[in-house]
Design a protein around this ligand. Structure first.
Ligand SMILES: [Zn+2]
Length: 489
């Protein structure tokens, strides 16, 4: 019996390896079919990105300086809209009732290829353009996820494609999506619900990182919600029997969550942030508010966690004689990886080759690493070979929702020191100077060259769509958000 099992396992492993090998060969054939014809066009596309370089750097630096957080990215959004308009794109504002969300479209007909661009900053991590920690604006926000480079590179790629459509080399449509509020709220979920991605054949995406890697990684699904507990005030010493503490309820709620932690899958995560917990020590508090985030490797797993956590909130209120209320903030899906698209991306990344850095840039990166107590390994400009798709190990992104409704092709480009802390001053210090700029230009090239493959090869577009259909596990996509536009409270 054991032998049979082993045989079946080896057979399945062999079959899947051979299957993916055959698929890889098939895609390589499709790419090479247009390779000669595309070579001079891809050269022109790279030249377009280089000629835009000055503009792209000044836009990304202006967004870096504005450092606007989720839903209030007015200056950043306008900078990108203005550049799109000046390049002949037709701009639709206020997408999904979000003032900073927009679409910029050029061309007509099929294929319709979209590209995502984020531009929000992280609160509280303002930093000067220097490798030692010092805020530019004390208490201010900073681009600790490199979104100033993200939106700008994607728009630069869209402009390079637009030039080819204008010349008649490509037929079809290109749409840049200005997608705000990725750091909190996850505005793309509202845009997906609005149906703005439904017209796409393929959606392109990238994210700043510390390596150049094609998008074969998935992400965690999550749900964000608040629990409010309502108690009754009284004197904490003179008549505590007349009071019911909302903070007691909240403490029992978090205790319940922390006991539950032992029994969740090792891939799941529970986080919370206490937002209100009484004001003074001598009054029994009648109000407490807490933000909870539950993550899992699939939306189904998140549903299991969510159901239990809501029961824990109810139990905490019963135990303390308080009332409670829950309010959904938003939820996001895991990324559906498109390996066919990732292989086309890999091919282009290898064609561009690695990013090289000056001695000063390496010294700058190493100073940051020294300051943050990390090994001084500099910056990694090499291209990582194609990776297998493993279970999600990192964070979450609202690109997950986009990837559930349209095939999404992704990559990551180096914009910071290797292994430095993310969402921190260490990334802000890099995203507003030459190390960040180099990653942005690299991403713009890789994205537009990959789009070129899709515009020239309907077969490749079909293969990417087939991959999407084959791997889609979720039968019906239901956005986990409340009616109406997103809000900060
Ligand atoms: Zn990010």
């Amino acid at each position: 019996m054991k032998k049979i099992k082993k045989f079946i396992f080896v057979f399945l492993l062999l079959a899947s390896t051979l299957g993916s090998y055959a698929q890889t060969q098939e895609i390589s054939k499709m790419i090479s079919f247009h390779e000669q014809e595309l070579k001079p066009i891809k050269k022109e596309i790279q030249a377009s990105i280089e000629s835009q370089q000055k503009n792209l750097i000044s836009i990304s630096d202006a967004i870096w300086e504005a450092a606007e957080t989720s839903l209030v990215e007015f200056t950043s959004s306008k900078l990108l809209k203005d550049y799109a308009r000046s390049n002949g794109f037709e701009v639709t504002e206020n997408v999904a009732d979000i003032p900073t969300a927009f679409m910029a479209k050029y061309g007509s007909g099929k294929p319709v290829i979209g590209i995502l661009g984020e531009f929000d900053a992280n609160a509280g991590i303002s930093q000067k353009r220097q490798p030692t920690k010092e805020p530019r604006v004390p208490g201010g926000a900073g681009h600790g996820c490199g979104h100033n480079l993200f939106g700008t590179a994607s728009l630069g790629a869209a402009v390079a494609i637009k030039e080819q459509i204008e010349k008649g080399t490509f037929k079809g449509t290109v749409i840049f999506y200005g997608t705000p509020a990725e750091e909190t709220i996850f505005a793309k979920v509202w845009m997906v619900r609005e149906g703005v991605f439904d017209q796409l054949d393929i959606c392109m995406d990238w994210h700043p990182g510390d390596s150049n890697i094609s998008g074969t990684e998935t992400s965690k699904a999550l749900v964000d919600y608040r629990v409010m507990f309502y108690g009754d005030t009284s004197h904490a010493s003179a008549d505590p029997w007349n009071g019911n503490s909302a903070v007691d309820a909240m403490e029992l709620y978090t205790t319940g969550l922390n006991y539950y932690r032992e029994h969740i899958l090792p891939t799941s995560r529970i986080h919370y942030q206490i937002e209100a917990a009484g004001d003074v020590v001598n009054v029994v508090p009648d109000y407490a508010k807490i933000w909870t985030r539950l993550r899992g490797n699939s939306v189904e797993n998140v549903n299991v966690l969510y159901e239990r956590a809501l029961n824990i909130a109810e139990a905490a209120s019963l135990m303390t004689g308080t009332k409670y209320e829950t309010k959904l903030i938003s939820g996001i899906y895991e990324i559906l990886v498109n390996r066919t698209g990732a292989q086309v991306m890999q091919n282009n990344m290898e064609t561009i080759g690695e990013i090289t850095y000056s001695e000063n840039e390496i010294k700058y990166a190493n100073t940051i690493l020294k300051e943050t107590g990390k090994p001084q390994v500099g910056i990694d400009g090499s291209v990582v070979p194609m990776q297998p798709t493993l279970a999600a190990t990192g964070g979450s992104t609202d690109v997950g929702d986009v990837s559930q409704v349209v095939p999404t092709v992704r990559m990551s480009a180096t914009i910071a020191s290797k292994g430095g802390p993310w969402h921190s001053w260490a990334v802000v210090a890099c995203s507003g100077m030459s190390i960040g700029h180099k990653g942005m230009i690299y991403a713009a090239k890789a994205l537009s060259m990959t789009m070129a493959d899709f515009y020239k090869s309907p077969k490749l577009v079909e293969a990417v769509k087939e991959d999407f259909k084959k791997n889609k596990k979720i039968k019906e996509y239901v956005p986990r958000i409340l009616p109406g536009p997103p809000s900060l409270d």
